[in-house]
Design a protein around this ligand. Structure first.
Ligand code: NDP
Ligand code: GDR
Length: 361
C-alpha cells in the first residue's frame, strides 16, 4: 500500500527537501499551503503542477491544501481528508531575531500550532495510526549548560522562538506519554542549503559574497561575528526525520555534525570560495573584514543585527542518531556546504541581474 505523508511547512527549506525525499521513497506526499499575497511555492514548483498538467504527465507530485497552523479547523479538515500515516510538523515562524518582533505570533504558530496539530490527530481518532515528527531545535539549549549538547542536556531558551519551541517539544513528549502516540522530537542543529531563507546568516553571506564578487554590492553588514554554530546540510538532515518515524520506538534525537564554526569563519571561507582573501581588523562593533589584495573593507558590523539575548555557541553530539538510526552526520563537510552555497548564489545573483536589466529596459 502507498504510504501517505503530510508535511506542514512544505514550502520552506526543509519541507521542500523532505518532499523530494519522500516522493523518491514512493510516498504520496501532501503539504499545507498558507495563503500569501505573492507566490510562496518557489522551492517546490518543480514538484507542484496544476492538476490537469499532472494528469497529462502522470507524475507523482505533491498535493497542496490551504491551511494554517493558527487555524484548528483547517488542520482538522486537511488531516481528515488526507488520513496521513506520517505527519512532519515543520511549519514555524522560524527566524530567531524576528521572534523578538512578533513574539505572540511566533507562540501561536510554533507552540500552540503544535498543540493544535496533535489535538487534530486525537480528535480524528488517528492517535494510533499516525506517526508525528516535531521539528525541535538546538535553540532549546540557548544559554548552554553542557558542551556538546545531547538529548539529556538541560534546556535554557534565549528567544521567544526558543521558548515557543520548548512548548512544542514538551507537548509532543506529553502526548506521547499521555495517549501512547508515536510522536517524536528531532532536535536539529542549524542546517543550511542553496534553498535557505535569505535572511539567515549563511545565505545572507553567500548572496552578498556573490554580489560583491560581481560588482553588484560594496559591503556586507553583519551582527555577532563571534557566534558559533554547528552547521550541517539540510538535504542530509531530512533523511533523519524519516528515519525517526521508521524507528521501532518513539524517541527524541539530536541531529548535528559535532563540529562548530564561527560566523566569521563561515564568512571568510565564503569569500575565499569567490577568490577573495579577507583579513580581520579591529574588535567588537569596530571589527572589519578587509580584502587583502585591494585593501577595501568588505565586511562591517552593524549592531542592528544584534539580538536582545544571544545564543553564543551550539555544538551537538549526534551519537544517539548514529548508533540507533545508523545516520551519517557528516555526509557533506562544512567546506563542501560553503562551496555549494557560494557556487549556487554566483549563478542566482547573475540571473537576478539579468532579470533586473530586462525589467528596466
Ligand atoms: P523555513 O522558515 O524555511 O520554513 C518554514 C515553513 O513554515 C514555510 O513553509 C512557511 O510557509 C511555513 N509556515 C510559517 N508559518 C506558518 C503558519 N502559520 N501556518 C502554516 N505554515 C506556516 O524553515 P526551515 O525549513 O529552515 O525549518 C523547518 C522547521 O525546522 C521549522 O519548524 C524550524 O523552526 C525548524 N528548525 C530549523 C532548523 C534549521 O537550521 N533550518 C534547525 C532546527 C529546527 P511560507 O513558505 O508560506 O512562509
Ligand atoms: P539561528 O540562525 O538564529 O541560529 O536560527 P541565523 O542564521 O539567523 O543566526 C546564526 C547566528 O549568526 C548570528 N548573526 C547573524 N544572523 C543573521 N540572521 N543575520 C546577520 O546579519 C547576522 N550576523 C550574525 C546570529 O546572531 C546567530 O548567532 C536558525 C533557524 O533556522 C532556527 O529556526 C533554528 O531553530 C536554528 O537555526 C537551529
Amino acid at each position: 500500500m502507498t504510504k501517505v505523508a503530510l508535511i506542514t511547512g512544505i514550502t520552506g527549506q526543509d519541507g521542500s527537501y523532505l518532499a523530494e525525499f519522500l516522493i523518491d521513497k514512493g510516498y504520496e506526499v501532501h503539504g499545507l499551503l498558507r495563503r500569501s499575497s505573492s507566490f510562496n511555492t518557489g522551492r517546490i514548483e518543480h514538484l507542484y503542477l496544476d492538476e490537469w498538467v499532472r494528469d497529462m504527465h502522470r507524475k507523482r507530485l505533491v498535493n497542496l491544501h490551504y491551511a494554517d497552523m493558527t487555524d484548528s479547523s483547517s488542520l482538522i479538515r486537511v488531516i481528515q481528508t488526507v488520513q496521513p500515516g506520517e505527519i512532519y510538523n515543520l511549519a514555524a515562524q522560524s527566524h530567531v531575531k524576528v521572534s523578538f518582533d512578533v513574539p505572540e505570533y511566533t507562540a501561536e504558530t510554533d507552540a500552540v500550532g503544535t498543540l493544535r496539530l496533535l489535538e487534530a490527530v486525537r480528535i480524528l481518532g488517528l492517535e494510533k495510526k499516525t506517526r508525528i515528527y516535531q521539528a525541535s531545535t538546538s535553540e532549546l539549549y540557548g544559554l548552554v549548560q553542557e558542551v556538546p549538547q545531547k538529548e539529556t542536556t538541560p534546556f535554557y531558551p534565549r528567544s521567544p522562538y526558543g521558548v515557543a519551541k520548548l512548548y512544542g517539544y514538551w507537548i509532543t513528549k506529553n502526548y506521547r506519554e499521555s495517549y501512547g502516540m508515536f510522536a517524536v522530537n528531532g532536535i536539529l542543529f542549524n542546517h543550511e542549503s542553496e534553498r535557505r531563507g535569505e535572511t539567515f546568516v549563511t545565505r545572507k553571506i553567500t548572496i552578498a559574497v556573490a554580489r560583491i564578487a560581481q560588482q553588484m554590492q560594496d559591503k556586507l553588514y553583519l551582527g555577532n561575528l563571534d557566534a558559533l554554530r554547528d552547521w550541517g546540510y539540510a538535504k542530509d538532515y531530512v533523511e533523519c526525520m524519516w528515519l525517526m518515524l521508521q524507528h521501532n520506538t518513539p524517541e527524541d534525537f539530536v541531529i548535528a555534525t559535532g563540529e562548530m564554526h564561527s560566523v566569521r569563519d563561515f564568512c571568510a571561507l565564503a569569500f575565499a570560495e569567490a577568490g577573495i582573501q579577507l583579513r580581520w581588523e579591529g574588535k567588537g562593533i569596530n571589527e572589519k573584514g578587509i580584502d587583502i589584495s585591494t585593501g577595501k573593507t568588505l565586511v562591517e558590523v552593524d549592531p542592528k543585527y544584534f539580538r536582545p539575548a544571544e545564543v553564543e555557541q551550539l555544538l551537538g553530539d549526534p551519537t544517539k542518531a548514529k548508533t540507533l538510526l545508523g545516520w551519517n552526520p557528516r555526509k557533506t563537510s562544512f567546506g563542501e556546504l560553503v562551496k555549494l552555497m557560494v557556487k549556487h548564489d554566483m549563478k542566482f545573483v547573475r540571473k537576478l541581474k539579468v532579470k533586473d536589466e530586462i525589467d528596466n529596459e
